[in-house]
Write a protein that binds this ligand. Structure first.
Ligand code: ZN
Length: 144
C-alpha cells in the first residue's frame, strides 16, 4: 500500500519529466516514475524513433533508468499523460518480469496533468500475464 507522500512524489515526478518526452512524431508525451522498494524514484519519458520499432515507452524508460542505478525491485510505477492512461500491454509485461524479482504485485498509478489519479495493481491490469518459470531464479537473483 502506497502512502499519500509516495503517491504525491510519484505523480509530481512523472508530471515534471513529461515535458522532456522525445515525441517528435506524435507530439504525445508521457512521463513515468518508478518507486523502488528501498524508496528511490527514477523517472522516464517516451522516446520515439525515426524507424517505428525503435521507440520506447516512458514506463520502460523509467524501469531502465532504475536498472542503470542497480535498482530492480519496485513498489510502484506512475504514468502521467494528458488524461488518465494506463501502461500499454508491452509495458505491463515488461513490468511483470521486474515484479518477479521480489514477487511484488506492484501498484500502477495513472495520473492526468491536473493530479487526478487512479491506482490499480499490476495483476489487475494484466491478469493473465506471462510469468517466466525458466528465468524465475535468475530474476530473483536481482533482488538486491
Ligand atoms: Zn508501453
Amino acid at each position: 500500500m502506497l502512502t499519500k507522500e509516495e503517491i504525491n512524489n510519484l505523480i509530481h515526478k512523472a508530471q515534471t519529466v513529461r515535458k522532456y518526452a522525445f515525441a517528435f512524431k506524435s507530439g504525445h508525451g508521457f512521463g513515468a516514475c518508478v518507486l523502488t522498494v528501498d524508496g528511490n524514484y527514477y523517472e522516464g519519458v517516451n522516446v520515439e524513433g525515426v524507424i517505428s520499432s525503435m521507440g520506447v515507452c516512458a514506463e520502460m524508460a523509467a524501469v531502465d533508468h532504475a536498472a542503470t542505478h542497480g535498482k530492480y525491485a519496485h513498489k510502484a510505477l506512475c504514468v502521467a499523460d494528458k488524461n488518465i492512461t494506463y501502461p500499454c500491454g508491452a509495458c505491463l509485461q515488461y513490468l511483470t518480469q521486474f515484479s518477479q524479482v521480489n514477487d511484488m504485485d506492484f501498484e500502477i498509478v495513472a495520473t492526468d496533468m491536473d493530479g487526478k489519479y487512479e491506482i490499480k495493481k499490476l495483476s489487475e491490469l494484466l491478469p493473465k500475464k506471462y510469468r517466466s518459470v525458466t528465468f524465475d531464479d535468475k530474476l530473483k537473483s536481482f533482488n538486491l
